[in-house]
Design a protein around this ligand. Structure first.
Ligand code: GLN
Length: 501
């Protein structure tokens, strides 16, 4: 292990600026760490060490020329759902196992323009459908805090790589919790931006009205730096908001950044309901006390339509998925079924070839979602399911709008449970879906959500496992959420804990 493996972006940036370390050295340290721990974590689908070293050399030249940006020369992992030019982008699916994009996703492009160093592509649930990284067609990722447990999902590789000291930060994507929930389960920080703030161009679509790219890092400040780089209008995404990246800044260490006086926080009682583990509840309640001690006022609030969120999400997301994934037909992209004998091939028609491609190319969860979505959208059921879900979506949005008349932000658990054993929930999809009860309302309403480490749960049968607290704010309130999260982190040590790996 090297002293460089646990640096934050801010720390690495300071060392690079003072020329106390080079990007080549940082990158080499990251690659050596990967070499040492990747067999037990498996956070990557594809490693790009040669590319990373070339990018590191280019970054060192930028630094030498005085052309450095905040992310120049710092190693990152990119979830394998974002297109990377010349580097295969699988979405953890057999369907795209050999797909090599000819362009970069806008978010990736913006990192690379700053001189970021890409270590490789992160493991995930297939097409971002899942909460545990067990739906990857290639291999599961293990939680760095306990190798017998999941890292969360779907951006499990992103969170695990940061928690394990492999990457300094990572890009994930979040449709119903996929950045925040794995961040919580791995003890790192994750931000889902407001819908439309970060371009979805080059993000392989799962549910287009919910998907957002977001950063995972070792501190709130690192998420702020990454968001500053990737946010802002992109003409290639029709849902991209017409605004420039505001540049999210936080007070530096030592400054008076702990003052939350005047800030009004709401605690939605519906998020502290049945199914919430005691240890998680205690950690979040303690975090609330800390926020109060920092000057915030805390009151109980209610979001009564929360009870519809899970059902609403599991109609809307599969419906959009069934439309988005229709493009994988064995002709235009990726995998094409080739199991026919010569005679069969002549006899099989186009429909049969398509059916075989989809049967063999998609894993069971993706197939389930496509079937659910196709059913919900079909004639005769559309009004009963899809339309109803859209109506519930409006109620959920209205709940948030009403509550943000009286408070500036909400505090909830990120996940009702800590990391669970690999295999524990794979047989019961509803149990798996329930993990996202606290995160998916945020996507339904298009709001920003930030998960910050806020404690650990110890048990006889497992090592200490991290807990995350979620901060939710109104549309485009990222700066406020980052300020609260940063103040909390300055007052606590949770984000500085490292797994014994
Ligand atoms: N676990 C949720 C799902 O399976 C959310 C996934 C995500 O945010 N991409 O749909």
């Amino acid at each position: 292990m090297s002293e460089y493996n646990w640096l934050t972006i801010q720390e690495a940036r300071a060392l690079l600026a003072r020329r106390e370390v080079s990007s080549v050295e940082l990158t080499r340290a990251a690659l050596e760490r990967i070499e040492a721990v990747e067999d037990s974590v498996r956070s990557f689908i594809t490693l790009t060490p040669d590319l990373a070293m070339a990018q590191a050399e280019a970054a060192d030249r930028m630094l030498a020329d005085g052309n450095a940006f905040p992310l120049t020369g710092i190693p990152v992992q990119v979830k394998d759902v974002m297109c990377t030019e010349g580097v295969r982008t699988t979405c953890a699916s057999r369907m795209l196992a050999d797909y090599v994009p000819v362009y970069n996703a806008t978010a990736v492009e913006r990192l690379l323009r700053q001189g970021a160093v890409m270590l490789g592509k992160g493991n995930m649930d297939e097409f971002a459908m899942g909460s545990s990284c067990e739906n990857s067609a290639f291999h599961p990722t293990r939680n760095p805090w306990d190798a017998a447990r999941v890292p969360g999902g779907s951006s499990g590789g992103a969170a695990a790589s940061v928690a394990a000291g492999e990457a300094v930060y990572a890009l994930g994507s979040d449709t119903g919790g996929s950045v925040r929930q794995p961040a919580a389960l791995c003890g790192v920080t994750g931000l889902k931006p407001s819908y439309g703030l970060v371009s979805r161009y080059g993000l392989v679509a799962y549910a287009s009205s919910l998907d957002q790219i977001g950063p995972i890092g070792r501190s709130v400040a690192d998420c702020a730096l990454t968001l500053s780089a990737i946010a802002g209008h992109d003409p290639r995404d029709a849902t991209s908001l017409p605004l420039k990246s505001p540049g999210y800044s936080l007070p530096g260490a030592g400054a008076d950044n702990g003052d939350l006086r005047g800030l009004r926080l709401g605690v939605p009682q519906e998020y502290f309901a049945e199914g919430l583990e005691d240890g998680v509840r205690q950690a979040v309640e303690q975090a609330l006390a800390t926020l109060e001690a920092l000057g915030a006022s805390v009151r109980e609030v209610s979001l009564p339509s929360t009870k519809y969120a899970l059902a609403c999400y599991y109609i809307i997301a599969p419906s959009e998925c069934s439309a988005n994934l229709a493009r994988y037909d064995g002709v235009k992209y990726g995998y094409s079924y080739d199991g026919y004998s010569y005679d069969e091939k002549a006899a099989a028609g186009m429909w049969d070839a398509m059916e075989q491609t989809r049967r063999h190319g998609f894993g069971p969860e993706v197939t389930r979602r496509i079937m659910l979505g196709t059913f919900a959208l079909s004639a005769g059921y559309y009004d009963a399911y899809y339309l109803k879900a859209q109506q519930a979506r409006t109620l959920i949005r209205q709940d948030f709008a009403a509550v943000f008349e009286t408070v500036d932000a909400l505090v909830t658990p990120t996940s009702p449970v800590v990391a669970f054993p690999i295999g524990e929930k794979t047989g019961d999809p509803v149990q798996m879906y329930l993990i996202d009860v606290c995160t998916l309302p945020v996507n339904i309403a298009g709001l920003p959500g930030l998960s910050v480490p806020c404690g650990f749960v110890s048990g006889d049968s497992h090592p200490p496992l991290p807990v995350g607290m979620q901060l939710i704010g109104p549309h485009l309130s990222e700066q406020t959420l980052l300020r609260i999260g940063h103040a909390y982190e300055q007052a606590t040590e949770w984000h500085k804990q490292r797994p014994p790996l």
